[in-house]
Design a protein around this ligand. Sequence first.
Ligand code: SF4
Ligand code: SF4
Length: 548
Amino acid sequence: MSARKLGHFHGGLKLSGHKQVSMTGEVTTSPIPPQLIIPIQQHIGAPAEPVVSVGDRVKKGQLIAKMEATVSAPVHAPTSGTVSAIEEWAVPHPSGLPNTCIVIDTDGQDEWLEDRATHSQFHLLDPEELRKLIRNAGIVGLGGAGFPAYLKLQPGQGKLVDTLILNGAECEPWISCDALLMQQRARDIIDGLNIMRHAVQANECLIGIEDNKPEAIQALRNSLTDDEKRYIDVVAVPTRYPTGGEKQLIKVLTDMEIPSHKLPIDIGVICHNVGTAAAVADAVIRGIPLISRYVTVTGTAVAKPHNLHALFGTPMNFLLQQCEVHEGKLGRLLMGGPMMGIEIHDRQTPIIKTTNCLLTLQPQDIADDHIPLPCIRCGECARACPAQLLPQQLYWWSKAEDFDKVQDYNVFDCIECGCCAYVCPSHIPLVQYYRFAKTEIWQQERDKQKSDRARQRHEFRQFRMEQKKQEDEERRRKKKELLKKAQGDKPDEAKKSAIEEAMARVQAKKQQQHTATKNVDDLTDAQRKQVEEADARRERLNKDDPTT
Ligand code: SF4
Ligand code: SF4
């Protein structure tokens, strides 16, 4: 047991774990489903851009969507098959909105892409090269957030990483995939940790695990070599929700607080999930991009709750069937745990990089029949908040849609852990209000950026027009100057000669018109006779015409 002196965070809850429910058997490998539905966005940031078309045959591990922005992650084919569609599909997201997915009809051959680059001697690689490998493998935080991992391994100018933390707390009830990963792939996790340490040149590494997972703690400690024991410490931390929150785990392990609006790197710390570390080892040492993960399928509506190794894009229903879901008894399906999970309404929704758990609940388990009552200002929520916020104030201002006030109360420090809502005697769905406020603020920010861009475009256009006007004026001025120069220094004489020239031109024109209307006297005899005959004819006609 580590002798490290631990800190503790404010608030939090002691919850029933329910973890053993899904930890009794082995992790099974889910078969390849007939069809994989792979969202192009399984991470925080910009969606990836498809690089395959309908009809293309793809191999396992092949890039199917590339990243087009810094905060993004590429997506790879989890198995071989043929792209049968690129279309909107239900995806796991709190908004419930569909998103673009690449659909692969699998061929069952599971044929790997040739020429995968492997780097067992990773310590010989440059840190930048390691980050590139991790980025190209599409690795994102597997603890649930889905932030691109390579970015967190890029401390930034002048920032040093003193402590690299691996988060193995897995504090939310029912979820056990990280616990089993630590038991079964302890050495891979340590290898991934060493790679990340080399990438950021950290001094010390800590692996924080809640003390309700003794097997996992032991497995990791047993995997350490004597040399690794000098700089890696596997630390058992008290079981208390939400110890797995990044700021909370850092506080427990280092007794350091991350100030509001700051990041762990600002105090010399970075934190990754244990699953992310295993994925890093796969990518760098074995050349395997992120295409699958461990998923806990548990709850009261499955007969065989356990952990499965599933390919991304596998429909959730495919996993539920393997765990013998009680058809007709499934009242609610959550992706994630009961505190922070998101509701899934379509069972064909695919497993993605951040799917750690499918929690099934029967109708009688659902306490949604509580009707929210008015806030009685009891302060229970503030006592439970691990981020030391004032949840009731956040609620008031979110409800009033006063988003400036919501930000004054640091809504973006809220980790949406749900502790406040859990203890609220008025059963107010507090977290929903905070999510609403955050979404609105982000939208307003996007709108503002859009209007700022439009304003900048308008200002630039005005500037160009003004510039053109000045250029034209300048051109005219220069022309005048040149003319003056060409005329020498006798401007009056030049003017006079110009007037005389103009008058001569007018005179010549008049002369031209005069000669055009010839006098009859100038006509020849034959022409004159012709004119007289025409006049006589006209006279005769006039006499004969009764109308005249
Ligand atoms: S716990 Fe609920 S009722 Fe009590 S102050 Fe907070 S929001 Fe109000
Ligand atoms: S959801 Fe937010 S406000 Fe509520 S307890 Fe958690 S951190 Fe605090």
